[in-house]
Design a protein around this ligand. Structure first.
Ligand code: NAD
Length: 271
């Protein structure tokens, strides 16, 4: 049995993860959870956060105090909090599933360094559908080459802190890699003030933040006389939580390494 801790258990993803772990068919057991000290959920049995009967797992403010109670940490919090959790998991040899987005390149480097010692799945989007879209984007980019303009439009709820989304950036990276471009050289994050014609090799990003949108992404490949649009729409956070739980189950028995959803879904081995 893999004992699971959830960091940020009172958050939007945290609550969905509680439900996903408790209801999972994998050999997983929810044994620990953290929230911020001043969160109203501090000291509360986490099952009550999703309206179900207590399971004896009380939300603590310190992950360190729970270190004997879990094997794998599922972390959807903030880059700063996740990095603190990485340091702790590194010290205590715990595996991790990290869904947090908004890491800088330097922070991502720190994750990669930690993953040389502990097993870690890190993915900006854990839904199977988005990972299918990443495959479709590779095929589309390879087929269109430099003959189309590429734009990525994403929409999320009004509380989301990072922009563009980690998923949009990952989509941009996959396309840029396929086309032999470097995303940081070709990304355009806003066109205000640009008066020149569009450079074909750029990849544009547009961000919408509104209401309670769970997460929409559309990549537009537009050429003369036609355009292809590849769209993913998440209608429930359970799609992300289900992927995270699958990743946690997959990690059991794995050695150190930085894994993605490609590995979890078995796509890397089959290529
Ligand atoms: P949220 O703000 O609702 O939840 C984050 C929670 O973490 C909050 O309750 C906050 O109090 C808590 N927290 C912060 N620091 C903490 C700490 N040190 N210890 C314990 N708890 C702490 O946000 P959310 O919508 O749940 O998203 C969380 C993260 O997950 C974001 O980075 C988001 O972009 C990302 N996300 C990833 C995926 C994916 O599939 N990878 C899907 C959805 C969201």
């Amino acid at each position: 049995m893999n004992r699971i801790a959830i960091a940020g258990a009172a958050g939007r993803m945290g609550r969905t993860l509680i439900e996903a772990v408790i209801s999972s068919d994998y050999q997983l057991e929810l044994t620990a959870a953290t929230v911020l000290e001043d969160d109203p959920a501090h000291g509360v049995d986490v099952a009550t956060l999703i309206g179900t009967a207590p399971i004896g797992v009380v939300a603590a403010a310190s992950l360190e105090s729970l270190v004997d109670d879990f094997d794998t940490l599922i972390d959807f919090t903030s880059p700063e909090a996740s990095l603190e959790h990485v340091a702790l998991c590194l010290r205590h040899g715990k595996s991790m599933v990290i869904g947090t987005t908004g890491f800088s390149d330097l922070q991502k480097q720190a994750l990669a360094e930690a993953a040389a010692t502990i097993p870690m799945v890190f993915a900006p989007n854990m839904s199977v559908g988005v990972n299918v879209c990443l495959k479709l984007l590779q095929s589309a980019a390879a087929a269109f080459g430099d003959n189309v303009d590429i734009e990525i439009v994403e929409a999320h709820h009004r509380h989301k802190k990072d922009a563009p989304s980690g998923t949009a950036l990952r989509m941009g990276e996959v396309i840029a890699d396929t086309l032999g471009r470097k995303l940081d050289e070709v990304a355009v994050y806003g066109r205000e003030g640009i008066s020149a014609e569009r450079d074909r090799k750029t990849i544009g990003f547009a961000t919408i933040r509104a209401g309670d949108i769970v997460g929409d992404h559309t990549v537009i490949f537009a050429g003369p006389g036609e355009r292809v649009e590849i769209t993913h729409r998440a209608s429930s956070r359970m799609t992300f939580a289900g992927g995270a739980v699958r990743a946690a189950a997959w990690l059991q028995g794995k050695g150190p390494g930085l894994y993605g959803m490609d590995d979890v879904l078995g796509w890397v081995d089959k290529q």
